[in-house]
Design a protein around this ligand. Structure first.
Ligand code: F6R
Length: 607
């Protein structure tokens, strides 16, 4: 939520780099955009409400002087999306500019204090108190870094803050508490950003900044110090394997479609991880008394699907809980013998981080599955599996979901070996079958995409759709419904097919679209029964079935087909693909941008 970028270079102008970086960061928020640079000892700013392209069209974001600057894309929390609330924010003399991601929870009181000391505020944001506080401290003779350090003693909440001042026109200063900031450095240029893709075209050299640290960036280098005692931190540079091309659309109209097409490679790359990675993860689960899967949104659906893998392959049935509700559900009934598997593609979801921190107070072990090296969850977890999806820019998770599933499948297989629940030959056979998933997913994309587009042409204006599945396919149905509602805005419910007759069936009238996920597993016959019940009430049946399932095909008005023979526990990875494509084409058919769904952001860093 909110994208932050800063750059300081010796010469040349930085505006067009900041503009392009903000486009790469737009998935973090797109309510407003702003850039401030320093040139000739003055701040130069362009900012407004709206998406980067719209603001650029009206005010040319490339045309701002200066070789040092900061930029921000906003996901509104305090104050509506508007010009006045867009970042950067300034002090009274327009000498200090600040961008911020997070929430300052004591801002009202600080604002009242500052107001009584004569400070004038122009916005409704919590952020604006920061440049005014810095102004106060700099008035006392402090430099920018010391002033920001003092500010951190005053403010509460979570934040990533980046500041510049005309008094020190060759420096950027930044700090964080609970919200992400990464640093980059190459060829005498220093970068700071909320996420790696922002500076990836210029450098893949990443340096972590941790909570409780402050960094000063200049052309000479990056200096990190601890806020607590001002000691210098010697942090190594991490070479990121993501490429700049991965963060481009490469000819696809949207990132989401590109990322759906990238799924086979994302799975292959995750399957290439060393076996120890999954074995180590499995050991943590094996040694635990109780196992909780914690996640939100799409990651929660990966967690739901994985319960079936763990149960059938390893004889262990973990509990799935929404991370947001976990502390209020478990009421401290935790012990050091328990383990949490925290699944979060961004590694920054505050609901998940908060639940993990809560559980750690009871000594619970934490295994994390994330796609982002150095993200907050990696620093909390006892052990982390880094999935290999590469950067995912579309707000709707697709390829990161796929690599979560493949990692969980690998962990379940390693756990199966430890637990001795399933015959080892059978485990090996299932392991081999995982190697075939990339090819199968590729086949589904190439054979079902046109069908998805055509079906979207028929159903795009339906106000409501139901997605049903049983067993592991319930997770697939939930994910299909989530994708549809979040990017195409049709009301969609994912439900257990078994449970559907206990309530949702009341919604069914002539032609109401019901999408059934029907793999050829133990649930198939019951699901056929549920299809009949819906058909009898006039529903329009859309099914996702394996090739050759003529029974289900003949009961359906529209059918998506996938190759036969997918292992039952792994079916979500295959059966979800037509549903991803369907959502994508439903959104574009209605004229919506699937990469930037309204009110959503890629990484949700508020509770
Ligand atoms: C859906 C989506 C969200 C995320 C959720 C958790 O397409 O992207 O529902 O899955 O916000 O995010 P992470 O996985 O980063 O914790």
């Amino acid at each position: 939520m909110c994208g932050i970028i800063g750059i300081v270079q010796g010469r040349g102008e930085v505006a067009s780099f900041l503009h392009q970086a903000l486009k790469r960061l737009e998935y973090r928020g797109y309510d407003s955009v702003g850039i401030t640079t320093i040139a000739d000892n003055h701040l130069h700013t362009k900012k407004d409400k709206g998406k980067v392209d719209d603001v650029h069209r009206s005010m040319n974001l490339d045309d701002i002087p200066g070789s040092i600057g900061i930029g921000h894309t906003r996901w509104a929390t305090h104050g509506a999306p508007s010009l006045m609330n867009s970042h950067p924010h300034f002090d009274c003399k327009n000498e200090i500019a600040v961008i911020h991601n997070g929430v300052i929870d004591n801002f009202l009181q600080l604002r009242t204090d500052l107001h009584s000391r004569g400070h004038k505020f122009k916005s409704e944001t919590d952020t604006e108190i920061i440049p005014h506080l810095i102004e106060e401290y700099m008035k006392e003779g402090m430099d920018l870094a010391t002033a920001l350090k003092e500010v951190t003693k005053q403010i509460g909440g979570t934040y990533a803050i980046v500041a510049i001042s005309t008094k020190e026109p060759k420096k950027i200063v930044c700090t964080r508490n609970g919200n992400p900031l990464v640093l980059g450095r190459e060829d005498g240029v220093s970068y700071v950003s909320s996420d790696i893709p922002a500076f990836l075209p210029r450098t893949s050299n990443m340096i972590l900044l941790l909570d409780g640290e402050i960094a000063t960036l200049s052309v000479d280098g990056i200096e990190i110090r601890k806020l607590s005692d001002n000691t210098l931190v010697n942090r190594e540079t991490i070479k990121i394997s993501w490429t700049a091309d991965q963060a481009q659309k490469s000819g696809f109209p949207h990132f989401m479609l590109k990322e759906i097409h990238e799924q086979p490679d994302a799975i292959r790359n995750t399957l290439r991880l060393k076996p120890e990675v999954f074995e180590n993860a499995a050991k943590i689960i094996y040694n635990a008394r109780r196992v909780y899967l914690l996640a939100m949104g799409t990651s929660g659906h990966a967690a739901m699907a994985s319960r079936h893998m763990f149960a059938s392959i390893a004889g262990i049935l973990p509990t799935f809980e929404l991370a947001s509700d976990f502390p209020d559900t478990v009421y401290g009934a935790l012990s050091k013998d328990d383990c949490i598997v925290a699944i979060t593609q961004s590694g920054e979801t505050t609901d998940t981080i908060t639940a993990v921190k809560y559980a750690q107070k009871f000594g619970v072990k934490v295994l994390a599955i994330t796609n982002v090296v150095g993200s907050s969850i990696t620093r909390l977890a006892d052990y982390t599996v880094i999935t290999q999806a590469g950067p995912e820019i579309g707000v709707a998770a697709t390829k990161t979901f796929m690599v979560q599933l493949i990692s969980l499948a690998q962990i379940a297989l390693a756990l199966g070996e430890l637990a001795g629940f399933m015959d080892s030959k059978e485990i090996e056979r299932k392991r081999q079958s995982l190697q075939e998933i990339p090819e199968i997913v590729s086949n589904v994309i190439s054979t079902q995409e046109e069908r998805a587009r055509r079906l979207a042409g028929i159903l795009y204006d339906r106000p409501s759709l139901l997605f049903l599945g049983r067993g592991v396919s319930m997770a697939t149905a939930y994910e299909g419904a989530l994708k549809l509602k979040e990017i195409a805005y049709n009301h969609a419910e994912g439900y257990s097919a078994g449970e559907s007759k206990h309530g949702p069936i009341a919604l069914i009238q002539s032609d109401y679209p019901v999408i059934f996920v029907v793999p050829n597993d133990r649930t198939r016959n019951c699901v056929i029964g549920n299809i009949m019940e819906m058909k009898a009430r006039g529903a329009s049946i859309i099914s996702v079935v394996e090739e050759g399932d003529t029974d289900v095909d003949s009961l359906s008005d529209h059918t998506f087909t996938v190759p036969a023979g997918v292992e039952p526990e792994f079916s979500t990875m295959v059966y979800v693909v037509p549903l991803q494509l369907f959502s994508y084409y439903m959104a574009t058919r209605s004229g919506y941008d699937p990469d930037k769904p309204r009110n959503l952001a890629k990484s949700v860093t508020v509770l």
